[in-house]
Design a protein around this ligand. Structure first.
Ligand code: R5P
Length: 296
């Protein structure tokens, strides 16, 4: 039987594009929020021995967590064979260590919880920094897809004479491989984060490249301060306003408006989190990943 496809907070267009390319059936899901804020869920599809594919937009995860768990548990009680979560942006990956004593390593807690409810996970460029793979914290089958070929293709088509800039050592994994595909130079800078909105970037020492267009590539744009500080550091060395590309358009609080005021010419993201800056479409990457990893 065909897989059942469900949306978990995915944007309607994103869900439609992906589900159209899969040989599945849209699950008949009724959900409702009671006046007291609690959730109601009912699944009207036959589930026995079928695979469920849940397309999720898990950005701002706290309020989305329980509805997902209720969906998974209902599916299991209806004898679903397996549950695949397609989660283009995987939240709770950045607290991957105790920076100070007493802190909760929430990436590990979140992974442990999720592993109880789903069988497999497909995601795009999760923030793997101190963890080398999701297997270190997730106890399920996972597949990590990479946005880089799509990011590089956008740069090739849209930017003349680029130089890729990685704002910090963590970004090297994205910046270096994008630069290789584009066929342009890259440099990795040093960042010190003093607080949520306070970021210091060391002088790039790259004046010899200031005739090229700086293209900043990072996985997540959250407060935007990493991008803003990097663009300002480049300005001091005579570079033109930067093009900023983030895989995940998290844009917390005033991030987007502050970035628009900064020394930045373009703000571009992939559509892993819905936002008006989504110019790089990753639905094909996800669809191919789902087909290759489907349990059917
Ligand atoms: C850092 O670990 C990440 O790769 C990003 O550089 C970071 O999340 C960006 O955060 P923000 O936009 O808040 O500076």
């Amino acid at each position: 039987m065909k897989s059942l496809i469900f949306s978990h907070e995915a944007s309607p267009d994103f869900f439609k594009t992906i589900s159209k390319q899969l040989d599945g059936e849209i699950g008949d899901l009724v959900s409702h929020v009671f006046p007291d804020g609690e959730s109601y869920i009912r699944i009207n599809s036959e589930c026995t021995d079928r695979e469920a594919i849940i397309i999720s937009n898990f950005h701002e995860p706290n309020s989305k967590f329980l509805p997902l768990i209720f969906l998974c548990e209902t599916l299991k009680e209806m004898d679903i064979k397996s549950i695949m979560l397609v989660c283009p942006y995987l939240p709770y990956m950045r607290q991957d260590i105790q920076f100070r004593s007493g802190e909760g390593v929430t990436s590990r807690f979140f992974a442990k919880l999720m592993s109880q409810f789903i069988d497999s996970l497909i995601t795009i460029d999760p923030h793997l920094h101190r963890y080398k793979s999701l297997d270190q914290i997730y106890n399920l089958k996972s597949k990590v897809l990479h946005a880089n070929p799509y990011v590089a293709s956008w740069v090739k088509t849209n930017i003349k004479r680029p130089i890729v800039i990685g704002p910090d050592s963590e970004s090297e994994q994205w910046a270096a491989s994008a630069a290789e595909i584009i066929g342009c130079p890259y440099i990795i800078l040093k960042k010190v984060r003093k607080g949520d909105k306070e970021v210091l970037i060391s002088p790039p020492n790259a004046r010899e490249h200031n005739n090229l267009t700086p293209v900043l590539i990072d996985d997540i744009i959250s407060t935007g301060r990493t991008m803003i500080a990097t663009a300002e550091a480049l300005k001091l060395e005579g570079f033109q306003a930067a093009v900023c590309i983030g895989v995940h358009a998290v844009f917390s609080g005033d991030a987007y408006s502050e970035m628009k005021k900064a020394y930045i010419s373009k703000i571009i993201t992939c559509n892993t989190v819905p936002h008006e800056t989504n110019k790089i479409d990753l639905t094909r990457l996800l669809t191919e990943g789902i087909k290759l990893n489907s349990a059917k």
